[in-house]
Write a protein that binds this ligand. Structure first.
Ligand SMILES: Nc1ncnc2c1ncn2[C@@H]1O[C@H](COP(=O)(O)OP(=O)(O)OP(=O)(O)O)[C@@H](O)[C@H]1O
Length: 324
């Protein structure tokens, strides 16, 4: 594989209409070999950022995109040596699996033997060695996405870019392919940028996650730091569930799994069960506190909580955090 390259965005902005920024001026460094996830709700600017990195989109005048020591701002996508994996696979329906993977290599006019060797290597890597001659139409969504991953990797890109690659798959396939992509990214140590609006996917795959909102990065950190030390209420809520607690000492926040329901009238918070939703491994219990606020507490699956039951809510002081 090609040596991984660092990516640097300097003052990259994008406005589609005068005065309205899809992306506010952004400075971002992506380390060589890391997987950076762009996470955020619809319309926050993730895809625009990815397209600026790929060369499919230009940033507004004054912005720069660097791949290592090279300023690639003016280069179109085909000169940037990036591989892309899209939600809709973007495969050629009239070509078979091997021909799809070989496509870019043929354009590069590589020798036939080299093309064959690379196609076989890539199909083995994505677990599709036995599918080389299949029409892509005859594949499942997950298999199609493996083909598009193999095709992206076959050209030995310096950077791998993913735009919601799992969004069209059903839950089980999504989990499996997410694991496989995670393993592959670790094994290849390629620089990757991955767009998703799914926080679990982001945490599972990202070395770091940039949480975006309204065309800006709201926080950039490792998954653990984002989860345990979110900088703002938006990040805290976007990455998992969180409760706001009005305590005598001030306003604090706490994750549902860090709280316990107890049958104890001296627990710090008291309330009544509103609803218990069983998820299998855990149950999420909504509790109406005596001050009128509603919180959620994740409880062991075998506990039984009935609507209207009086409960105490306990938590360790170190599980509380404050937000600005
Ligand atoms: N070609 C375009 N012309 C006009 N506006 C655009 C264009 N592309 C994106 N936008 C706008 O820019 C903003 C950011 O869009 P972008 O696609 O980057 O968001 P996103 O976070 O990727 O959203 P989604 O998850 O829905 O794809 C949105 O308000 C969008 O409507």
């Amino acid at each position: 594989m090609t040596d991984p390259v660092a990516i640097r965005l300097r003052h990259c902005a994008r406005s589609f209409q005068p005065g309205q920024f899809a992306l506010h001026p952004l400075d971002l460094e992506i380390k060589a070999g890391e997987t950076l996830v762009l996470l955020g709700p619809s319309g926050c600017g993730k895809t625009t950022t990815l397209r600026i990195i790929s060369g499919l989109e230009r940033c507004d005048a004054g912005g720069e995109v660097w791949f290592g020591e090279n300023n690639v701002t003016a280069l179109p996508i085909e000169k940037r040596n990036v591989g892309m994996v899209f939600q809709n696979y973007a495969l050629f329906p009239n070509l078979n699996v091997a021909q799809n993977v070989a496509y870019g290599l043929r354009i590069q006019r590589l020798p036939a033997a080299e093309i064959e060797a690379r196609v076989n290597e890539m199909l083995a890597m994505v677990d599709l060695a036995d599918f080389a001659q299949r029409p892509v139409q005859a594949l499942s969504g997950g298999q199609k996405q493996r083909v598009s991953l193999a095709r992206a990797l076959a050209a030995r890109p310096r950077v791998l870019l993913f735009d919601e690659p799992l969004a069209a798959l059903d839950a089980k396939l999504r989990d499996k392919l997410r694991e496989d992509i995670g393993q592959l990214l670790q094994q290849l140590a390629i620089t990757a940028v991955y767009v998703t609006h799914d926080q679990q996917e982001a945490m599972a795959l990202g070395d770091r996650i940039a949480v975006m909102r309204h065309g800006r990065i709201e926080q950039l950190a490792t998954p653990r730091d984002l989860y345990h030390h979110p900088a703002t209420p938006f990040v805290a809520n976007f990455i998992g569930a969180v409760n706001r607690l009005a305590l005598p000492q001030g306003e604090f926040w706490c994750r549902p799994e860090e709280m316990q329901l107890v049958d104890n009238p001296t627990a710090p918070l008291q309330g009544r069960v509103l609803l218990a939703t069983f998820f299998g491994p855990v149950q999420r219990v909504q509790v109406g506190l005596s001050n009128g606020e509603v919180i959620v507490v994740d409880c062991p699956a075998r506990q039984m909580w009935r609507p209207d039951q009086r409960v105490g809510v306990a938590f360790a002081a170190e599980s509380l955090f404050q937000l600005s």
